[in-house]
Each structure stands twice: as structure tokens, then as C-alpha cells.
Write a new protein. Sequence first.
Length: 575
Amino acid sequence: MIRCFQILRAWWGGALLFVAAMLLPLAASAGHLFTQAGSNTPVALNSGQGIQITQLTYESNCGGSCNGDVSVNFSGGATATAWSAGDAIQLTIGSWTQTFTYDGMVAAGGAQDGTYFNINSTSLAAAGISPTGQATWTVIATAGQFTFEGYRIYTVGGTAGDTYNGTGAGPINQTQVVSASQLGGSGGFVPVAEQGEKDVARVLDALDGTSTGQMGAVIAAISSMTPDSQRLAMKLISPESSVVLGGAALSTSSSALDTVQVRLDALRTGVGVQSGFRTAHNAHAGDDQEGMSSGDEALNRSFWLKAFGSKSKVGAKSGFAGSESDVYGMMAGFDTQMSNGWLLGGAFSYAKTDVDMNDFRSGDAADISSYQLTGYFGRSFERWYIDGMVAYAYQDYSTKRNTHLTGVAKGDFDGQLYGMRVIAGMPFALSDKLRLTPLLGFETFRVEQGGYTESGAGVLSLAVKSDDVSRLRSLLGVELSSSMKLADSSVLSPAVKLLWRHEFENDGATANSAFVGGGGQFETTGQKTIRDVYALSGRLNWEMSDRFELALELGAEAGEKYQSLNGQVFGRWRF
């Protein structure tokens, strides 16, 4: 009997120890979960969302040993509901605010898994918070997404009733979730956004929690995305701000100036500048002749016609998408040789530019029609020459931008361009048929684009303000040229030119826009232009007679993440 009693006592003692061991974790966890109240539900928070909690009652402190301890509970399970990589939560009680991140938790001395984290906050302990009565405080998801279920936050040690616990909270449910901006936070989009989209992120944060209808659906859709997807979405709903659109407009006008430049270069034949703007025919026939034979009438006026085109590619860089563009057009001009040695002329060109975006903006596009008037002049002096051009262009833009949320936004607007180029050169004779010409110049442009309102993308269509940008470039190069008379008395004049173009004002253009669906205006910082471009071209002039000439030029350009091929063919009639 005694033996049975000893066995029973040992069994009963073990059972008591087992029950105690089971109860200790429960006691430690008691008060964590606000979901223990039947009226409360877990709260799903996406980046930029938060909730205000009203604390009704408080739990006793642990006597000071756990002062500053913070423990927060989550649902666990899938990434969207668990505390997981990339998540961050901001807690604010009175004067104390601190953000805790999953990725930095262990390094900061905390413990965690998908259902909780526990860490000691020295700043909370130092804040000296000692609550009395009802108090409100906030929880904000500053990154990622998770489902919040409970908490225990030890504020001040040594007194009773000063620990925030989940079971002491007032009603908590999903309907109370609002934008972080309504709780005094920056919202969830600003911390995620890249620098160029910070402004649009602020607008989205302000709209979060206040928008309904299509805009409300857009905010909800972006909020549910991963941070990487949110960054991409903010780029796609912003106006195109890479070098592409402005660069294409500038390139179209610059191509027209290049066409005039080829015209001026072709006129300057013979070795040395003393020959001025005579034809190659006359340079070979002798200074005493004006045409094919002595006694011909002076041929001082010319009409010329050219076709030109180019194909270029810009690679993705600094978070901006790349693109491919094609330019093709026609140009006609007239010039005359003045008695004082100056050549004066004018030209009109039409060019069409087709731009197709690549990378994350694949499918976006722009078409630019450009109508340009160019006046030009040239003069040869004893040892050097000078060429100049001034231009005005009217440009018509048509754009297409896929928001990937509310459809394709289409824009239609116009703009203007003003340009000027001046180049001086000094030819050196290497032989009786070969010359080398160093050249130096500059060109400047001002591009103005009118304001417009997109259509087709609902609330994410943009109202874009007018904008302008100025560019200043230096031109430094060298040309090697020659001429030779053929058996049929026609003259071939080949030339090769190497040019370096340096951009002094390469800051990106800034776009100011607003969604037609509401929200404030936001600014999108543009991509910096390509600082240095190197160009190589070859030209062949065939002067079939002193009245008619054909020419062909092919060239290539290259810069950082930029390549281009171009060509032009022209005919000239003298009379």
C-alpha cells in the first residue's frame, strides 16, 4: 500500500510539474492577442496603411526587469499575412516612435519568426511613458504587408498597470484601417518610391483611404503589390521623363541643321580657303572660268533638295527605360552668293520621328512631326571660314502610355524649337589634292512643349503642364577632304569628318502633372541627357557639271548607352 502511495505521489507531482510547464507559456502569452475579444478581428496592413488603437486597460509591469520590451504578434502562414522579409512596422505611443524591420531585427538583438517579434527598445525605456486612463496610439505598416493580431509593450517599470496589452484594447477590426498619412505618418508609398517618383508617391499617400470608385480601386491595387511592383507602378503612371521625348525632338532639328551643314561643306571645295564657295568644277578648270567654259554666265544661285534619315537606340539607364527611334524627312533650300563674299540661304524641312519605348515601358510610343525653317550663311576669309545657322521648328507630338492599371493614356500636343549653330574652320593643305580642316563651334537649342491632358486611362490620365528646356553644346572636330577630276570632266570630292559634341546643360527636364482623377500636382524629375557624343561621317560629292551635283553622306554616332546611324542624299542645281 505504501509503495502504491509513493508511486501515486510521484505521478501526481510529475503531473503538477507538467501542468505548470504548460501554463507558464500561456501566462507569458496572456494579454498579447486582441483577437481574444470576440468582437475583434485580425487586421491586414499593407505598406502605407495603419490603425489607431484605443487602450482601455493596462497590464501590470514585470517589476522593471522588462522595461522597454516590445512584443508584437502576427497571423503567420503565407508571406502576405506573416511577419517576413521586407516587412516594417512603426509604433507610436505618445512621444515615442520607433520602426522595427524584419531584416534588421536579429542584428538589433531581437528574436522573431513568422508569428511574432520580441525586442528591447532603449528609446521606449528612456521615454518614461506612464499611461493613465484611456490612451490612443498608432500602428503603421511602412513596408511590406502582414496581418497584425496582438502586442505587449512594457512602458515604465516598477509600477502597476503600465503595460500596453492586446486584451486591454478597445474594438479593433479591418474597417478601422486608414492611410498612414491620416495618422501623421508619411504613408506607405513614399518610403518605397525611387527619387524620381517621390512626388507622385506623396499624392498616392494623400489619396489612400479617402478615394472611392476607380481611384480607390487603383490605390488598393498598388497597396497590395510588393515594393518592387509598387515602384514599377509609380513609374508607369508618371509621365515619360527619360531623354527620349525631348531628345527625339532635339535630334530631329539637329538632323536638319546637319543637312544644311553638309550643303555648306560641299560648297567649300579646292585646296585652301581662297577658293571660297566655288564649285569643284571651277576649282579644277581654273580661276578665270565661271562655268564649263570661259564666257559662261556666273552661276551664283542654287536650289537643292535632300532626303535624310536616321535610326538610333538608347539603352536603359539610371532607372529610366530605353528606346528606339527612326527619323526620316525631306529638306529643300535656296542660296545665293553675294558680291561681298557672303553666302546667304534658307531651307524648309519636314521630318517624322517614330519612338518606341523598351524595357518596362515596352508598348509606349511617341510620334513627332516637325516643320522647320532654317536660315544659313557662310563666308571664307584668307585663312579660315565661318558657317552659321538659325532655326525655328513647329513640332506636333502624339504619345501613348500604358498605365497597366486603367488602360492606355494618349496625349496630343504641340511644341516649338529654336536653334542656332556656328562653326569656324581653318583648312591646311596636306598636298595639292588633300586638305585637313580642324573645326570648332557651338550650338544651342530651346525646346518648348505645350501643356496637355491625356485621355483613355480614366483617373490615371494626366494633366501635364507646359515645359521648356535649354541645351548648349560645344562642337570640336576635324575633316579630311579631297577632290579629283574624272575622265568625263566630272569631279568627285570625298571627305571624312570626326566630331565630338559636348553637352554643358545636361540636367533632365522636369514634368509637372496631376491625375485627372484627383489629388495634387506632382513633379517628375527627368533623366540627364547624354553628356558626350562622338560622330564619324563620310561624304562623297559628285559634281557632274557646273550646274548639277549629287552627294551622299553616311554617319554614325555613339555615346553612353546611345548609338545612331544616319544618312542623307541630295541634289543641287546652280543657275
